[in-house]
Write a protein that binds this ligand. Structure first.
Ligand SMILES: Cc1cc2nc3c(=O)[nH]c(=O)nc-3n(C[C@H](O)[C@H](O)[C@H](O)COP(=O)(O)O)c2cc1C
Ligand code: SF4
Length: 449
């Protein structure tokens, strides 16, 4: 199959938002939920496995392997959960997708329900995602009136603002009415899911908004055509977010395997006049990507190969006027504030890192010793950790310090002359103006929420 044709078939984001399910369905040409219900579980699992689809929530876990494992779980009560918390700084892809096309995600969830014989579905978003909540609720109404949710209950969850809400074990806790704090590491959702216990664990399938939507197009159009797109390591299309110091920030659906350089320069407009791009961060989870590595392709393996990661395909871009020390301070503070303090080393280590950087930029640093403390705090944060957050801190903070040392070796006057960096926790996106709106409340959030 020609690539152009496959690209059209698997593209999730239309130029103009689908207004109704029938508009969406007629563009797709086939009712994929009815098609899936006519297929065996094994046939669907084979297609998802063959597609090589990797989860779009950040870790890139093979979706087919996750679904297969759950389908063989001895507990027959299973739940299907969609993670729409989208809290990663520099990422807006799930909300953009839900605004333009909420149907593919819901179809993917219904296909998962068929595979797992699940009759209870949850789609969890932040309560502040007003546009997406109303879009999803009206899509559910439409699809319900067509009988697609017969014998199936779906609940829309309005969750809290916290970053940890998106961590899958915390997400399940929120659905159960608790705080967004991750459960013990040895209770992954595919083992212990919702409203269960160790005798009746009720496992839950947790996938990202985009992951479910990709399954819908894979079952409709086949794994083979999906495989013609992207790379061996990361097949298919990705929805990229590019924000920061580029001329044309935005959300772009493209094949995996494009180079970072192409994405930042040709698609997102590159640096402003007279400026030069120096680095990018793929969210707050991985090591910084330096401009010398911008020839790297956007796929899970290649980015891991340079010591970083693809994450949720959101890139925060920095040009040569950005004070990378201030960026480091903002990243450390974000992770410290968002840590839930269930694991002492995590909160304590990140507090040490964040406080040390704050001290420098307030002009009261004693120099190199403070920087060593920052590194010590960040590197020591992951100990007995329930979740991945402190591992993120132990990667991103040292990588920024090691690569931008001179940003931390200033005179008191120079430290004081810099301005704080606002972390791009994205609140909204003006597509016409190519403008992201950041959440200012994050700057003043207390670490003891
Ligand atoms: C601190 C933290 C925050 C996360 N936030 C999100 C999020 O907002 N959305 C998301 O889909 N996954 C998030 N994840 C990843 C989820 O835990 C989980 O891996 C993902 O929902 C699995 O879906 P996938 O296999 O489709 O990628 C987060 C993980 C961590 C450690
Ligand atoms: S590792 Fe950190 S963020 Fe994760 S549960 Fe423990 S204290 Fe909370």
């Amino acid at each position: 199959m020609l690539k152009d044709q496959a690209r059209e078939l698997h593209r999730l984001i239309p130029d103009t938002a689908y207004r109704t399910y029938s508009e969406y369905a007629s563009a797709q040409g086939e009712d994929v939920v009815t098609k899936a219900r006519g297929l065996t579980t094994d046939a669907i699992l084979k297609e998802v496995l063959d597609s090589g689809l990797r989860g779009r929530g950040g870790a890139g876990f093979l979706t087919g392997v996750k679904w297969s494992g759950l389908s063989h779980h001895s507990c027959k009560k299973r739940f299907v959960v969609c993670n729409g918390a989208e809290g990663e700084p520099g990422t807006f892809k799930d909300r953009f997708l839900l605004r333009k096309n909420p149907y593919a995600t819901l179809e993917g969830m219904l296909i998962a329900a068929h595979v797992l014989s699940a009759d209870q579905l949850y789609i969890a978003m932040k309560g502040s995602f007003k546009k997406e909540l109303s879009r999803v609720e009206s899509a559910i109404e439409e699809m319900t009136s067509l009988g697609l949710f017969d014998q199936i209950k779906i609940k829309v969850i309005r969750g809290p603002e916290e970053y940890l809400f998106g961590e899958e074990k915390a997400l399940l806790n929120v659905i159960e009415g608790a705080e967004p704090c991750p459960r013990e590491a040895h209770y992954p959702p595919y083992e212990v899911g919702l409203f269960g216990n160790l005798v009746h664990p009720n496992p839950a399938l947790v996938n990202n908004v985009e992951t479910y939507a990709r399954v819908s197009s894979i079952i409709r159009n086949g794994a083979k055509s999906f495989r013609t797109l992207g790379t061996e390591d990361t097949p298919g299309l990705l929805i990229f977010t590019v924000c920061g110091d580029v001329a044309r920030p935005g959300v772009f659906e493209m094949e995996a395997g494009v180079t970072i350089k192409h994405l930042l320069n040709d698609i997102a407009g590159g640096a402003g006049a007279g400026r030069r791009l120096v680095a990018a961060l793929s969210g707050v989870s991985s090591r910084v990507i330096l401009a010398k590595d911008f020839d790297t392709t956007c796929e899970f393996g290649a980015l891991k190969g340079i010591g970083s990661g693809l994450g949720s395909a959101g890139f925060i871009v920095f040009d040569d006027k950005t004070d990378m020390g201030r960026v480091t301070q903002a990243m450390a503070r974000f992770l410290y504030v968002e840590s839930c303090n269930q694991c002492t080393a995590c909160k304590h280590g990140l507090r040490t890192a964040s406080a040390g950087l704050d001290k420098m930029f307030s002009g009261s640093s004693s120099g190199a010793r403070d920087l060593e403390q920052v590194l010590h705090g960040a590197k020591g944060a992951p100990q007995g950790n329930r979740c991945y957050l402190p591992i993120q801190g132990s990667r991103i903070i040292p990588s920024l310090i090691e690569n931008f040392r001179t940003s931390f070796q200033k005179t008191k006057k120079d430290f004081l002359s810099t301005s704080p960096y606002q972390i791009p926790k994205i609140k909204d996106f003006d597509e016409e103006k190519h403008l992201f709106i950041y959440d200012e409340a994050q700057m003043v959030k207390r670490p003891d929420w």
